[in-house]
Structures are given as C-alpha cells and as structure tokens.
Write a protein that binds this ligand. Structure first.
Ligand SMILES: C[S@@+](CC[C@H](N)C(=O)[O-])C[C@H]1O[C@@H](n2cnc3c(N)ncnc32)[C@H](O)[C@@H]1O
Length: 209
C-alpha cells in the first residue's frame, strides 16, 4: 500500500506538516483504547511524579495531567514536532499539575536515578534500539516500588499487517515479561483487549524492586 512507508516513518518519528496536522490527531484517536488500558493499570495518585516516554499526540499525557490534580508529569519525545504541539497544549492547562516536556529517547532518559513513581510508554517499544537497554534505563529512573506500564500490540497482528517489513521490532508479552524479570522487575499483570480482526493490545505492568 502506498501510504504504508509514510505511516511507518511518521509513526517512528512524526515530523513536519504531516506530523503536526495529521499524525498527532490520528495517534490520539487511534490509540485511545490502549491508552485507557495503560491509564487504568498505572493507577496514579495525586502528588506522584509520572513519566511518559514517546507521548506522540499527547492523549495519554494530558489525560493523566487532567486527572492527577497535583503532581508532575514529564514527557519525553524524539520528535520536535510532537513536543511543539504538546507545549502549546500544556500552556492551556490549569491547576496544580506541572507538565514538563523533554527532547530525548528511552535510550538516555534525561533524569536522575529514582525520580518517578510511575512510567509508561505506548506503541514505542517497536522503535527502541534495544528492549533490554530501554527497560534498564526506565528501571534506573523509577523509584524502588515504582511501576512501569508498557502498551503494545500483538506481534502476530503487527506482523500480518506488514509492520515488521517496515522495520518495527515486534515482541510477544512473554518476551517483554522475560526481559523485565531478567532486569529485576517484578511483573504484576497483563491487561489485554481484543481489536476486532487485529489481534490484541496489551498493557504490561512491572514493578521496580
Ligand atoms: C507510534 S507513536 C505512539 C505515540 C503515542 N504514545 C500513542 O500511542 O499515540 C511512537 C512515538 O514514540 C516516539 N519514539 C520513537 N522512538 C522512540 C524512542 N526510542 N524513545 C522515545 N520515544 C520514541 C516517536 O517520536 C512517536 O511520537
């Protein structure tokens, strides 16, 4: 399909006019369901410091900000286009929540050790340089007892849809669970929801020991 290479490139790093006008709103709409799964698993509380990695259009980031009441949410993104769009949205926020946006990737998170009570990332694991290095870096910035929730689609469905050919790295829940356990996380749950004709989406929870 002619649009697939473009969608793959824009999913990896939304950019330019297409990124701003199309990808942000598209990602927000398309990923509302998985964001809800991840949101529920995060079970945040007022006053916590929360990290989202690869927030894209910001649907989950700003839902967390709206509901947290008080606390601080840090968003990390590789895409300057998505950061600029989120910065405009953050300026309109009211209340005691602080939203801080940072340019960067999961490979080198710009935070001190043990900074966060919660971390989440949705549909980004396919683009990480290494699953293990990404999980290690998230573990570093989580406080002991802090929780990571990772949202992703089933490897079989993404494979059948042709995303592996476009360079997406696909993982099963078992592979991500095994990598998290190896790095000293305790995995605490796997929420899932069927997408009609498109496999499942997952929200995998892991607690830093
Ligand atoms: C498919 S989009 C998903 C966006 C959003 N989380 C959602 O589910 O709607 C992937 C996002 O992750 C970002 N990204 C890609 N590789 C990344 C990495 N290594 N570290 C952090 N973010 C990354 C991209 O810039 C893009 O905005």
């Amino acid at each position: 399909m002619i649009w697939k290479p473009l969608l793959a490139a824009q999913s990896r790093r939304p950019d330019g006019l297409i990124g701003r006008m199309f990808m942000g709103p598209y990602l927000d709409r398309a990923n509302r369901r998985i964001n809800s799964l991840v949101y529920d698993e995060l079970s945040t509380r007022a006053g916590q410091r929360i990290l989202e990695i690869g927030f894209g259009g910001g649907e989950l980031l700003f839902r967390l900000a709206a509901d947290l009441g008080a606390g601080r949410i840090d968003g990390v993104e590789l895409s300057p286009t998505m950061i600029a769009a989120a910065a405009r949205r953050a300026r309109r926020l009211r209340g005691a929540v602080r939203v801080e946006l940072h340019r960067g990737g999961v490979e080198a998170l710009p935070f001190a050790d043990a900074s966060f009570e919660r971390a989440c990332s949705v549909h980004t694991v396919y683009f990480w340089s290494s699953l293990e290095d990404g999980l290690r870096e998230i573990s570093r910035v989580l406080k002991p007892g802090g929780r990571l929730v990772l949202g992703f689609s089933s490897a079989e469905a993404l494979h059948d849809e042709g995303w592996a050919e476009r360079g997406f790295k696909l993982y099963t829940p078992d592979q991500i669970t095994a990598a998290a356990l190896d790095l000293g996380f305790a995995t605490t749950g796997l929420a899932q929801r069927a997408r009609p004709g498109q496999g499942h989406v997952y929200a995998l929870s892991a607690v830093r020991q």
